[in-house]
Design a protein around this ligand. Structure first.
Ligand code: MV4
Length: 632
């Protein structure tokens, strides 16, 4: 037994927070490491101590092996938990940790290496009696060898990079005449991506399911399977939804897959938490894909149906303890579903989104609900790391109860200021095909029309609902209504609101009495943050602002060489003369409209070329008042 009293977490975000919580619960002293920009991040706050690794990029911080080991030594940490991603499957890191006299919370470096190459892993699995997709994974890379293998297994076939993973370097080949070109192209891609052109070929399975088995091994030769997860709902090889158990999986198939996974782990001398991924076809045949030698993002769904703390088990195994239960005692109770919340823009090809989390409210805690996150409102989402903000996990006595709980959590969650996939997730979990558990790896592509509705102009119902949320009596309108044109305390004749949302804008005019009566629209869910009101519309949190025509006119680039009146108004004062140089922001003209004065300011530095307005004059919206020449 190794006495472990202190643990360093070599990671960030939700998984670092997740690990630190269990470390705390087990009475371990905890150390966080962080990059320069993560100084104030949640994982640093949770730990007992923190070490600045310096750097902003992952390369300079969370991937900096010498700096992390030095941090452990300086802080007196005895063990390092790598989380997932970053250094979690880096055998050199595992070796460096051990060489420094520290405990690596993960498998032996040799097990990481053994599963690192697809073709080498397949050779080991074959010997261990783990079912493989029919194919060829030998050393001979001649075209004729691949052609013969493809003929034997039958087209279509799939070329995969031996060093690959996550779908990189994969090519489907439909017929023999495509093989030569596809092989050459896949080899070039694999060489560019992994520095290794070695390929293997497999029978191409149509619409398989991704079903993975959680395994756990101790140092005493025991290895268990902790049931399975279905992770079929993926987008470009990124998991989006994960659930446990896999819907419709017969207990007998679960047992056979579990036992195959245990053989896979034992074949490489595995210790700790690992995941064996299988493809499952419609006929119920399953095939080994790869083994992940780390704690997975989706481990909470396994925790939810087994009631186990997998991080606590990792720490116990690292201490040398034996697994506390036998295979027959592994619980499987109820059903759990997890979704991954990403800062990304589904409307723009899921491009990672960055910026300040102006609005961030998690769903309320409750039975069967779990949120694993690593951010709080006000945090900055940086472009340097993975854009996953956290995970929502719901458990239920059955799948439908879990699904309904997750829907409620998604409805309560509010994120604004940074684009997220929240509404996309809501549409997946609410989709009839998901409710019916029609799962396979083609799910998102097949239903993308419903999951990614085409953007449409915001309809009047949105603007009316947003206007209602700006008005008094609404929970979001903390600021009095002085901002709303036409309002005078007590007796407004008519309320005028000019709202903007992204590039769209809308002017409304209505009688306050109609609002007091609860019209013109039912209030939409909203949260006020500074000048912005986040309004929920079709699952998205949209930022709505009061349009300030003066500010817009002053900040917009001056079109056609002139500064124009933003509204019908009366000129009160002209503050400049022709030929006068002005700084950006200098007062140019004062206008009066609807009994309020508005200042028109210089949008940039320049020289006044012409003045086309005089005091007392009535001007119409859009008429040019001043021409300003940019000074050179
Ligand atoms: C396959 C396959 C069909 N047939 N292998 C994609 C990532 C890599 N780990 C393995 N992958 C696949 N391998 C054969 N022989 C289909 C996929 C696949 C996939 C697998 C799991 C989850 C999502 C996927 C999406 C597309 C393709």
């Amino acid at each position: 037994m190794t006495a472990l009293h202190s643990l360093l977490v070599a990671n960030r975000g939700e998984i670092a927070c997740r690990i630190l919580r269990t470390a705390k619960a087990m009475g371990l002293a905890s150390v966080a490491v962080h990059s320069r920009i993560d100084r104030g991040a949640q994982h640093c706050q949770l730990a007992d101590a923190r070490v600045d690794l310096g750097g902003e990029s992952a390369q300079d911080s969370y991937l900096n092996i010498p700096a992390i080991i030095a941090a452990a030594q300086a802080s007196g940490a005895q063990a390092i938990h790598p989380g997932y991603g970053f250094l979690s499957e880096n055998a050199d890191f595992a070796r460096a940790v051990e060489a420094a006299g520290l405990v690596f919370i993960g498998p032996p470096a040799a097990a990481i290496d053994a599963m690192g190459s697809k073709s080498a892993a397949k050779a080991l699995m074959e010997v261990a009696g783990v079912p493989l997709v029919p194919g060829y994974h030998g050393a001979d890379q001649a075209l004729a060898t691949f052609a013969a293998a493809a003929e034997r297994i039958g087209y279509p076939v799939l070329l995969k990079a031996a060093a690959g993973g996550g779908g990189k370097g994969m090519k489907v080949v439909q017929s023999p005449d495509e093989l030569a070109e596809a092989l050459a192209s896949a080899q070039r891609e694999a060489h560019a991506a992994f520095g290794d052109a070695h390929m293997l070929v497999e029978k191409y399975l149509l619409s398989p399911r991704h079903v993975e088995i959680q395994v756990f091994a101790d140092r005493h030769g025991h290895c268990l399977y902790l049931n399975e997860r279905d992770c079929s709902i993926q987008r470009r090889h990124q998991k989006v939804v994960e659930e446990a158990p896999a819907p419709g999986l017969a207990p007998e198939l679960r047992r056979r897959m579990g036992e195959a996974a245990v053989r896979a782990a034992q074949a490489v001398g595995y210790v700790g938490a690992g995941t064996v991924e299988f493809l499952l076809d419609a006929s119920g045949q399953f095939f080994f894909m790869e083994m992940n030698t780390r704690l997975q993002v989706e481990h909470p769904v396994t925790e939810a149906i087994t009631g186990l703390d997998l991080v606590a088990w990792q720490i116990r195994v690292a201490r040398g303890e034996a697994l506390p239960i036998t295979q027959g005692e592994v619980p499987l109770h109820g059903h759990a579903i997890e979704v991954r919340l990403y800062a990304e823009d589904p409307a723009h090809d899921f491009l990672p989104a960055t910026g300040p989390l102006a609005l961030y409210r998690e769903s309320t805690p409750g039975p069967g609900r779990r949120v694993d996150s690593g951010v709080v409102e006000g945090d900055q989402v940086s472009p340097f790391y993975d854009p996953m903000l956290g995970k929502l996990i719901a458990w239920g006595e059955d799948r439908e109860q879990a699904r309904l709980r997750l829907l409620a959590m998604l409805d309560e969650f509010a994120v604004g200021g940074v684009r997220t996939n929240l509404a996309f997730l809501r549409r997946i979990i609410g989709h009839p095909a998901f409710a019916a558990a029609h799962l396979d790896t083609g799910f998102i592509e097949r239903h993308q029309a419903e999951l990614l509705p085409a953007p449409t102009p915001l309809p009047p119902a949105f603007w009316q609902g947003a206007a209602r949320a700006w008005l008094p009596g609404s929970p979001s309108s903390e600021e009095p209504w002085s901002r709303v044109d036409g309002w005078r305390a007590g007796l407004p004749a008519r309320v005028r609101l000019h709202l903007t949302c992204g590039a769209q804008q809308h002017a409304l005019s209505f009688e306050p009495s109609s609002i007091e009566a609860g019209t013109p629209a039912p209030p939409l869910p909203s949260h006020r943050r500074g000048e912005r009101l986040f309004v929920k519309w079709q699952g998205e949190w949209l930022a709505v602002q009061l349009f300030d025509p003066i500010a817009a006119a002053s900040s917009a680039p001056v079109a056609q060489g002139g500064l124009s009146a933003p509204m019908n108004a009366c000129v009160v004062r002209v503050a400049v003369e022709p030929g006068q140089p002005v700084e950006a922001g200098a007062l140019l003209v004062v206008l009066e409209a609807m009994k309020m004065e508005h200042s028109l300011r210089a949008p940039h530095a320049g020289v006044i070329k012409r003045i086309a307005a005089e005091p007392g004059e009535r001007v119409t919206e859009g008429s040019v008042l001043i021409e300003l020449e940019t000074s050179t």
